[in-house]
Design a protein around this ligand. Sequence first.
Ligand SMILES: NC(=O)c1ccc[n+]([C@@H]2O[C@H](COP(=O)([O-])OP(=O)(O)OC[C@H]3O[C@@H](n4cnc5c(N)ncnc54)[C@H](OP(=O)(O)O)[C@@H]3O)[C@@H](O)[C@H]2O)c1
Length: 354
Amino acid sequence: MATRGVKTLDFGGTKEIVYERADFPKAKLHQIFKDDTFAVMGYGTQGRAQALNLRDNGLKVILGLREGPSFELAKEDGFVPGENLFSIPEAAQKASVIMYLLSDAGQKTGWDTIKPFVTTGKTLYFSHGFSIVFSDQTGVVPPPDVDVILAAPKGSGTSVRRLFLEGKGINGSIAVWQDHSGKAHERACAMGVAIGCGYLYETTFQKEVLSDLTGERGILMGAIQGLFRAQYDVLRSKGHSPSEAFNETVEEATQSLYPLIAENGMDWMYANCSTTAQRGALDWWRPFYDASLPVFQKLYHSVETGEETRRSLESNSRKDYKQQLEEELRQIRDSEMWRAGQTVRSLRPERQSK
Ligand SMILES: NC(=O)c1ccc[n+]([C@@H]2O[C@H](COP(=O)([O-])OP(=O)(O)OC[C@H]3O[C@@H](n4cnc5c(N)ncnc54)[C@H](OP(=O)(O)O)[C@@H]3O)[C@@H](O)[C@H]2O)c1
């Protein structure tokens, strides 16, 4: 086990181990994975980013895809049918590491196809704890003589690829569900780095899926859309123009404050705004906390009891799931707030010069 650079850091009073890219330089990755063939199943934003990063890291990558949009995109990215682009069962057979990156609903549907190829000594890899933790819903139960590991980048596949190309790295979490080889932990860390993570923190499959499903339904997507929309609607109902309502709600947040919060933290943001803003933001964070706490508690409960995975599997397993999602996405896209946003964004000087 590599210890070079492995750090125990103090996170607000709790000590945790983190693994960094520096712990796994390229030569070490090549040593660890010298006999491995990675088969990436699925070419959504994660599958694509991870496959391309592994390929750019000089590791042996093949894809397992059904015919369709992903297959065509993979060909555009230079994968060649019959050489490193195969059907799902063909790739699973050739692989030593099966990277199960179909959509989570697709993982349920596809398990019977994959399962015969998850044979002694192979590694089954996930980027989400969903299929394994909620196996009562998905049926994904690996045999006992394989490693089952997780490396979950904490962000969109687009960022996984973009940051890798910029020489940076997204943060990610790693976990081991089953350690048959005795090397599962090291291989999980090494895979996290090989797919493009800059540093990794430890989790379990269980904790990963519960926090991830809460986060994306909450503050990463659902809650933020809900809060944006609530403030926008109040401003509009009080006679503010769409541009003013949008600028005060979204544009100022994403263009000015959020990047500063990302850089320095909310504590710094509080300390570096006008005293008028300070007074108000100090007074008002509590009412927002009080209003949203029960919603977050309800959300976590819904995740924990399996209600969210059930709904996701049910909805995303329907034949027409893409059309259904598209209809709901269209409603958000066509809302006044986001249409106003298109116009506001087009006014950014850097976009006008293009
Ligand atoms: N999205 C993210 O940024 C993100 C972040 C962290 C972790 N993850 C995890 O990474 C995994 C992959 O996520 P993703 O967002 O990249 O995938 P996704 O967009 O949800 O899934 C897309 C891929 O799955 C294929 N697929 C779906 N159903 C299938 C089926 N029944 N048979 C064969 N192929 C099927 C699609 O093929 P077609 O093109 O042919 O439809 C496509 O290649 C998931 O476990 C997800 O939770 C995702």
